[in-house]
Design a protein around this ligand. Sequence first.
Ligand code: 5GP
Length: 361
Amino acid sequence: MEWCVSMPKIELHAHLNGSIRDSTLMELAKELGDKGAIDFSAVEHVILKNDRALNEVFKLFDLIHILTTDHKTVTRITKEVIEDFAADNVVYLELRTTPKKNESKGMSKHSYIEAVLEGIRSVDSVDVDLFDRPSADISVNSNFEDCLCNGTGKKKIYVRLLLSIDRRETAEAAMETVELALGMRDLGVVGIDLSGNPLVGEWLTLLAALEYAKKQGLQITLHCGEVPNPDEIQAMLDFFPRRIGHACCFEDDELKLLKKLRIPVEICLTSNIRTETIASADVHHFADLYKSNHPVILCTDDTGVFSTSLSAEYALASSTFGIGKREMFELSEKAIDFIFACDRVKGELKTIFASALGKFN
Ligand code: 5GP
């Protein structure tokens, strides 16, 4: 659907290493194959395979991480991911990534995020807003294209970073990520995400770091309910994060509590279907949450791994649930309320959406 592409959109759940272009992954795999570090022919079909159960996805991430272990590559993939989201008319992107140590490459968690920031700074085809600064001059009288270009002739995208804690990490490693995020608040880092294979790791191991992050004013989003785990779901809801991702395996009473607490849910339709967490789009819990006016945000999760885009997610929701153009526009605009950036950014995004409204009535 053409209008899904042209509509301004807000992406709040995108993992950097899950959003790499297939062509880049293949190139990186080929380079490592040529050096004899990996068996390219064995890796090729893994990269190009489309349907994977949830557990297999995490095996793929382990492979992707082998391909993206040096600073230069981290910088490159960050730049490309931002360019790809901007090309899809994503006007605000909250990109999340797990800071990684790799002693053989001289990489620390800090230098990993520095490489990500270098990637953001190196984007030149699009104007990137990464820091808080005085209000930009976006007039409400401008049209959508002018707003998107901010008068420079270039598209504009707001980018903020979330640092992810992987469920496999120790309590100390999680705390290190939180300290890193706190030290980089002036550089575009706005919060913490908890992700990684939901079948491994313990909530209690990571709780102290998450509580500390929250106390220090970092915004928190948790992957919650990707697999049935009533104790963990309850504990996560009690923690009261600013948002959660997925919420696929909620029992009725958990759903009731979620609705009562009005915690916004990042919905990743294609990801949930591809990983067989949800049988098909038409039975996805998005429909119930949307109908009951619960805050929901359509997101991609991993555009590369699941071969999707945010436009494709909007098109899928529109066609599956019979939601019209105007309502989809409103859904997209509503996401502004749930971003982790400051009020200045929220105000500017509202202006961008106001100027685009006429096209989506
Ligand atoms: P990275 O943090 O390395 O930039 O992005 C890949 C990582 O994001 C994966 O290793 C995994 O920890 C996390 N991730 C990506 N997609 C998913 C998902 O669907 N569910 C969960 N729980 N974690 C994910």
